[in-house]
Design a binder for this molecule. Structure first.
Ligand SMILES: [Zn+2]
Length: 401
């Protein structure tokens, strides 16, 4: 099946044939390559490769035949980017290397060719080679800004966070755009790496840097709380987890289980009861978030949390399809608490097998909270679902019916 690039190459050969014919006809051809066969044979040979669907040979033939000069350079660039777009990366690389090999190339065209070649390498997954070229271009070319943007992406992919910070800071200066959110996350990544290596003082210093940016990332408080928890600094850990819940941030689903665990360890769940009651008084909307968080994390045994869960279950319309709401709604009976426990445990199972977070930019969903969306690559765009996703349960029950 002929591809778009085959047609493009065929078009080029036809153009060259026409040009060659005209030059030959009017005797303007420069015969410095006297040994070369007459042009028409060259073009026919190239076309023959294409007709036999031998695109690689046709391309090699084209490259040998047409040296890069000022008149043909744009054609070479167009062909290179066409091949890359079509995923024919080896061919794109061949074209761009061919341009760079031209000895008297103007510096602007060399940069353009290097930038194109770097994009080919990136597309081929050859990150080291792409990085080298982007670093070169970031040090003074008209592709500086794009090169730094690509470098940030590469360093994110390779978890080279310090290099990502350096590239991000240069990019801020050159583009005039704020990258404080991204840079704050890079520092949080460094903090988490340091904490994993038990270098807690370095970890705290990195969080401090992350927290100095505007807009502030909510992740900083959570990372700092985790460091405090791991170093048995319970007071700081509790203060930070409380702050996350009081500020009603989307990190409630991460902070609540930690809070319950820490208070239980300290034997002080009554304190947790009191502080959650106070938070709910201030902001009754927290009820749904607390209930959802308790269900998906299978947290029970704290009265104020259990009350939130119960209220949530009684007001969840989808549940009526599966549960006898009269039993759940009945007053004080053993049957009622058993029914509630069954529903709660079933919901927990559903929640654990369905996505809990979704990217607000592109809709990508995942079980675990991901700070950088794997799909759109934006930072801190994931939000928890506020209700258990019943889709799979509904599908199952409908297919069984
Ligand atoms: Zn996304």
């Amino acid at each position: 099946m002929p591809t778009e690039s085959t047609f493009f190459l065929a078009g080029l050969f036809l153009l060259l044939a026409a040009a060659g014919w005209a030059l030959g006809r009017f005797g303007e051809r420069d015969y410095d390559e006297a040994a070369a066969p007459p042009p028409n044979i060259d073009y026919l040979k190239g076309l023959n490769f294409l007709l036999n669907e031998q695109t690689d040979q046709a391309l090699e033939h084209f490259l040998k035949m047409v040296r890069v000069d000022d008149r043909t350079i744009e054609t070479h660039f167009a062909l290179g980017s066409l091949f890359r777009r079509r995923g024919e990366i080896d061919r794109a690389i061949r074209i761009h290397q061919n341009i760079i090999a031209r000895p008297d190339l103007a510096s602007e065209q060399r940069d353009q060719a290097l930038f194109s070649l770097a994009k080919d390498y990136l597309r081929a997954g050859l990150l080291d080679r792409a990085e080298k070229l982007f670093v070169k271009l970031s040090q003074g070319s008209r592709y500086q800004v794009e090169a730094l943007e690509q470098l940030c992406r590469i360093y994110e992919q390779e978890h080279e966070w310090q290099k990502a910070i350096d590239a991000g800071q240069k990019l801020e200066v050159l583009s005039g755009r704020s990258l404080e959110l991204e840079i704050a996350h890079y520092y949080c990544e460094l903090a988490e790496q340091a904490a994993a290596n038990k270098d807690y003082s370095a970890a705290r210093a990195f969080v401090k840097k992350a927290q100095s940016g505007r807009p502030r990332t909510h992740r900083g408080a959570l990372t700092r709380a985790e460091i405090a928890r791991d170093t048995d600094d319970t007071k700081t850990a509790l203060r930070l987890y409380h702050r996350i819940i009081d500020e009603n941030t989307y990190l409630m689903t991460e902070a609540l289980p930690q809070l319950v665990r820490t208070y239980s360890k300290e034997g002080a769940t009554d304190q947790l009861e009191r502080s959650l009651e106070a938070a709910l008084k201030k902001n009754p909307d927290l009820k749904t978030d607390i209930a959802y968080s308790a269900i998906v994390n299978n947290i029970g045994g704290v009265k104020v949390i259990d009350d939130c869960v119960e209220e949530y279950l009684l007001h969840e319309p989808t549940l009526a399809e599966f549960v006898d709401m009269q039993i759940i709604g009945a007053e004080d009976s053993a049957e009622r608490s058993a029914a509630l426990a069954r529903v709660r445990s079933a919901l927990c199972k559903i929640a654990q097998s369905t996505p809990r977070y979704q990217c607000k930019e592109c809709g990508f969903s995942s079980q675990r909270l991901l700070w950088q969306c794997p799909s759109c690559k934006d930072w801190e765009t994931q939000r928890p679902f506020s209700r258990v996703q019943f889709d799979s349960l509904l599908q199952r029950s409908h297919s069984a019916a």
